[in-house]
Design a protein around this ligand. Structure first.
Ligand code: B12
Length: 209
């Protein structure tokens, strides 16, 4: 396998429930469209956690991509440490809103190799290709990375102007029965649109960025 994409556990027990990580699902489909072999694991789901341990023990992958909101920052570092302990030679890429604005601090203090700044669909494909082919990461726009003891920021990546040019999120890798977010979240604000029906589920549709 070329890369494992990981959604770390949410840390705050705010009773909002869990929802499929849309950003990562966009990356799964972008990688697949470039014939890059990817596995998606949401570590909020027990069966994915078991699979994650299995991958580490059997050393089934060498590149790991982890998504990080601010409320996932500690669990993200726990996962980074675990991967590096079991597969020290692996490369760890972080992305998401939190790490995009904390890149230098994170690279300085943790065993993270590369941070992708902003939208990831194009950049992640270029990074995986560069790592696999042992090419210079300086040529990939939109990243901050560690090289020896230096931290290098490459040229900015332009925003994707035509969102129709990227593939739809890869919903097929999601087991919707494991997600309870929409009911809990909207109930917590008292705005759940339909009278309490335990079976109702939902999914995000983002129409602009
Ligand atoms: C829509 C939205 C929601 C929706 C649905 C979210 C969903 N994804 O389905 C709802 C209303 C449910 C929601 C809820 C919440 N949200 Co909200 N939400 C957003 C919003 C507007 C868009 C998120 C989104 O889906 N973007 C589209 C996807 C494709 O983009 P993305 O996730 O950022 O991923 C891209 C890149 O970041 C990058 N990337 C991401 N991960 C990785 C990993 C790797 C390895 C790589 C390479 C790249 C990469 O590539 C992806 C594709 O380009 C953002 C603000 C914004 N403009 O980003 C806030 C935002 C994400 N939400 C935020 C917050 C705080 C929350 C809540 C905690 C609010 C609350 N207290 O209730 C809850 C959390 C619920 C939960 N349990 O997770 C904050 C997060 C702050 C932070 N620093 O982490 C944001 C940034 C708003 C803000 N400015 O404060 N949210």
């Amino acid at each position: 396998m070329d890369i494992v994409l990981i959604n770390p556990p949410n840390e705050e027990n705010n009773n909002l429930g869990i929802l499929p990580p849309l950003g990562l699902l966009y990356l799964v489909s972008a990688l697949k469209s470039k014939k890059i072999d990817v596995e998606f694991l949401d570590l909020n789901i027990n069966s994915c956690y078991e699979r994650f341990n299995d991958i580490l023990i059997k050393k089934e992958a060498n590149i790991f991509g982890i998504s990080c909101f601010t409320e996932q920052r500690n669990s993200t570092i726990g996962i980074v440490d675990k991967i590096k302990e079991l597969i020290p030679e692996s490369k760890i890429i972080l992305g998401g809103v939190h790490v995009s604005f904390m890149a230098t601090q994170i690279l300085k203090n943790y065993k993270v190799d590369i941070i992708i700044d902003g939208e990831g669909e194009i950049t992640i494909c270029e990074v995986v290709k560069a790592l696999k082919d042992n090419e210079d990461l300086n040529k990939v726009n939109g990243i901050v990375f560690k090289h020896c003891s230096n931290i290098i920021k490459t040229a900015s990546r332009e925003l994707i102007s035509d969102l129709d040019s990227i593939p739809w999120p890869e919903w097929n890798v999601v087991d919707f029965d494991q997600y309870d977010f929409y009911k809990k979240y909207f109930n917590s604000f008292g705005i759940y649109p339909i009278e309490a029906d335990e079976e109702i589920r939902g999914a995000s549709i983002i129409t602009s960025r």
